[in-house]
Design a protein around this ligand. Structure first.
Ligand code: HEC
Length: 145
């Protein structure tokens, strides 16, 4: 039964906690269609890289995990995915998030190499979560379309 004294605060709470996905408050970052396509292709490779890293760690292949992270997501990936070109169209906050992701990936690569020696998988997984935290942060704040 709907008791108004209970129902109203509950309804208010539900409204206040409506998921943000319903209202798109991400900042639109304008760029030419070719750059959009380039960025999306980079992104799909980022996801593939995260997948390859997890699969490698699951089989204890920390060297592969470290290499994929450094070369495809880390500071060594900047040249190959045209970061300086892309950075030019990004607002400062977006650029900073991208840089934070590249730095976190390079730190993860070190953690993964260390895990190869001391088998501290938890520390490596935590370092990987710092990488994906930047994926999440940027996706929550920006869109290109
Ligand atoms: C600096 C910002 C930023 C970072 C960091 C970032 N992304 Fe993205 N990503 C975007 C934006 C912006 C889009 C496009 C969103 C839209 O559709 O408007 C996107 C789209 C994507 C897509 C969809 C690609 C498509 O074909 O449409 C995938 C997959 C993706 N990102 C994966 C990742 C993963 C995995 C990471 C972390 C390893 C990551 N991204 C880090 C900004 C970022």
């Amino acid at each position: 039964m709907r008791h108004p004294v209970l129902f109203l605060p509950i309804a208010a709470l539900l409204l206040a906690t409506t998921p943000p996905a319903l209202a798109d408050e991400r900042e639109l970052v304008k760029m030419p269609p070719r750059m959009q396509a380039h960025m999306r292709a980079n992104m799909r490779d980022h996801l593939l890289a995260v997948h390859e890293i997890q699969a490698a760690m699951a089989r204890g292949d920390y060297e592969t995990a470290a290499r994929v992270a450094e070369q495809r997501l880390g500071m060594s990936s900047l040249e190959s995915h045209g970061a300086s070109h892309m950075a030019g169209v990004m607002p400062p906050g977006m650029r900073a998030t991208g840089t934070a992701m590249h730095r976190a990936a390079s730190r993860f690569a070190v953690s993964a190499q260390e895990a190869g020696v001391d088998r501290d998988l938890a520390r490596a997984v935590a370092a990987l979560a710092e990488v994906t935290a930047q994926c999440v942060a940027c996706h929550a704040a920006y869109r290109i379309q």
